[in-house]
Design a protein around this ligand. Structure first.
Ligand code: GDP
Ligand code: MG
Length: 641
């Protein structure tokens, strides 16, 4: 402890002046490097790595420092790799980004390909995708918070992929930083030797050079063959207005040049390479990319289906073995997405198509609904993923949409009949409450489960255990990871955690507990369809599939919530929750007694006109459902607490 404090003190006082000198030298040394020929760097001097960490432990800040230190960007820019508006607004990284850096170690130039990854559990797909093109990772842990739930998940993801792990403790400048304790946690949980752990402050730029040296020294160079036939893994794609789909590729063998004809192994299409570039992190065009490098290819791919993530690219006419792609992610949460009105259908469709190019984990099916018209049923990795998607639809494409209540995918086994056993139609998967079968025909219901990991200071153990029990969780494991912290493992139904579990956990633990989960298969369950009726008409878009023990509580909550959300109208509205014909809860939204505008502003015509205009403007954001105007956010708001 004493040693660390001295180190921090020393850095605080001396490092600053040192850093200024250093950075001056470095920026001079690297300013000419745009002219370096990327293809000249041999594979032995390439390192492909990624930074993985629990959210807020400082990935983006460390990425900024690495970019600055190697002269890729000017000093003082924050979150350089977070380009999307939603990322900057929410301070989270949604989309993995790459940057190629030069670093001079022991008189040799190295090419370091950094792939930034998002930290939120919903985006684990982006993490595993980024890892497929790396040989090593920086496992970043906050010196104050210590190991958190996603640290555990990310560690096992990297460990399971046989990647070299460089453990780094960040934020040693914080007053309450306790790197020794974090070292002990890493030793206890992952058997990481304390001497191999680097201690840095990404914010102050302390220890950055040590990180770069560790990348060069500890991570192996990519196992590639420049003399073999060209093969590359397509691991990400984005959409460009002028150039169509751009694919981010990792070149495993051979080389590729502008003008080459290439083919895709799975999709089986041919293209001419129109542009090649590396990301520094801004695009720098090059004529050639060689094995070991990561770069962008533009070849006029027009639709999202063509840029198949995990596909292998090769030179047209050659025969190669495909590279091992990765498993496509399984969407966990489904929701209907509809245009505000049908005139915007075409606009929304093109926005969804383009966005899906940027985010291949979204699953898209066409769907129609009696109240909302023609739309789509989209599958997401989690609720945050869904919210981010709809926010991007609006911010990046100006497409307004109505989103229905999210649901998970249930498995239902129907009572056997000769026909359905023969053709296998006795097992159905549904994620849309509108397709819930008649209960008399059902033999068994199954719901998706997850294995959740929670890490918390033990002060909050009581409320957290109650929360898990309330969500029908079953404890599988509890371990003390040090004197103050406990790691819990619970088996939980997915539907109980998708909406607000994480928020509630944060609230009851004053923000200290963290959570992550993985898929844990299906389990038999007792499910019912909870319908919502507006003036006696069932509104399928508001109905949900729930566990029988929860029907009453959820029904009550939903009707009282709807009572608050739906504005008063000219007629009285009865809001009811029903389960198989039985009414479980009811609220009434009273009608306006008379024309309020007449009453309030009797004589003043202009004020009255103004009010009517305001009301009309407000109505624009409404949808007519069962002859009642419902604000468009209703379908998603009603499920939140
Ligand atoms: P990410 O979610 O892992 O990308 O984390 P960010 O890089 O966005 O950092 C989260 C927060 O921690 C930001 O407010 C950073 O300014 C802060 N932060 C990052 N590194 C350090 C550090 O070394 N010291 C301190 N005191 N704060 C840091
Ligand atoms: Mg970030």
């Amino acid at each position: 402890m004493y040693r660390v404090m001295t180190v921090v003190w020393k850095y605080r006082n001396c490092e600053r002046s040192l850093r200024i000198k250093e950075s001056f030298l470095i920026s001079r040394k690297y300013s000419q490097q745009e002219t370096i020929n990327f293809a000249e760097i041999p594979p032995e001097r390439i390192r492909n790595f990624s930074i993985i960490a629990h959210v807020d432990h400082g990935k983006s800040t460390l990425a900024d420092r690495l970019l600055e230190y190697t002269g890729a960007v000017k000093k003082g820019q924050n979150q350089v790799l977070d380009k999307l508006q939603v990322e900057r607004e929410r301070g989270i990284t949604v989309k993995a980004q790459s940057a190629s850096l030069f670093f001079n170690s022991k008189e040799k130039d190295y090419l370091l390909n950094l792939i930034d990854t998002p930290g939120h559990v919903d985006f684990s797909n982006e993490v595993s995708r980024s890892l497929s093109s790396c040989q090593g990772v920086i496992l970043l842990v906050d010196a104050n918070d210590g190991v958190q739930a996603q640290t555990v998940a990310n560690f096992y993801l990297a460990f399971g992929s046989d990647l070299v792990i460089i453990p780094v403790i960040n934020k040693i400048d914080l007053k309450n930083a306790d790197p020794e304790r974090v070292c002990n946690q890493l030793k206890f949980l992952f058997d990481i030797e304390p001497d191999s752990v680097l201690k840095i402050s990404a914010k102050l730029g302390i220890g950055i050079e040590a990180v770069l040296n560790a990348i060069v020294d500890r991570i192996p160079s990519p196992p590639v063959d420049r003399n073999a036939k060209f093969r590359a893994l397509l691991f990400d794609s984005s959409y460009d207005k002028y150039r169509g789909a751009l694919s981010l590729i990792y070149i495993k063998d051979g080389s590729i040049s502008v003008g080459d004809m290439i083919s895709t192994y799975h999709v089986k299409k041919d293209y001419e390479v129109k542009s090649l570039s590396v990301l520094r992190p801004h695009e720098v065009s090059v004529n050639k990319l060689v094995a070991g490098q990561v770069g962008l290819v533009g070849c006029n791919m027009r639709s999202s289906k063509e840029a198949y993530i995990g596909d292998t690219l090769y030179l047209k006419g050659t025969s190669v073995e495909p590279l091992q792609g990765f498993h496509p992610s399984q969407p966990m949460v489904f929701a209907g997405v509809y245009p505000m009105d049908q005139s915007q259908h075409v606009n929304l469709r093109s926005a969804i198509e383009k966005l899906v190019l940027n985010d291949s984990s979204v699953k898209v099916d066409i769907d129609t609904s009696p109240a909302l018209g023609q739309g789509w049923r989209l599958g997401f990795l989690g609720l945050l993923h869904l919210e981010v998607f709809s926010q991007r639809l609006q911010q990046e494409y100006g497409a307004e949409s109505v989103i229905t209540a999210p649901s998970v995918t249930y498995k239902i086994i129907l009572k056997p009949t000769k026909q359905n056993v023969k053709d296998g139609s006795n097992i159905v998967f549904i994620n849309n409450p509108a397709h819930f079968p008649d209960p008399v025909k059902v033999e068994e219901y199954y719901e998706p489960m997850v294995l959740g990991t929670i890490i918390t200071p033990d002060d909050y153990l009581g409320p957290i255990i109650s929360l898990c029990m309330d969500r029908r969780g079953v404890q599988k494991n509890a371990t003390n990871i040090d004197n103050e912290r406990v790691m819990l493992q619970y088996e939980l139904p997915l539907c109980e955690i998708i909406v607000d579990f994480h928020d509630t956990l944060k609230t009851i633990s004053s923000g200290y507990a963290s959570f992550d989960y993985e898929d844990n298969g299906y389990q038999q369950s007792n499910l019912v369809k909870l319908s919502i009726l507006l003036n006696g008409t069932a509104v399928d878009e508001l109905s949900s599939i729930v566990h029988v023990t929860k029907a009453q509580t959820i029904g009550k909550k939903m009707v009282s919530k709807l009572k608050d959300i739906i504005p008063r109208q000219m007629v009285q509205i009865a809001v009811q929750a029903a389960m198989g014909g039985k009414i479980l809860a009811r609220e009434t939204i009273k009608a306006y007694r008379k024309d309020v505008t007449a009453k309030l502003y009797g004589g003043d015509v202009t004020r009255r006109m103004k009010l009517l205009a305001q009301q009309a403007a407000g109505k624009k954001k409404m949808r007519m459902v069962a002859n009642i105007s419902v604000p468009r956010e209703t379908f998603i708001d009603v499920l939140k607490k």
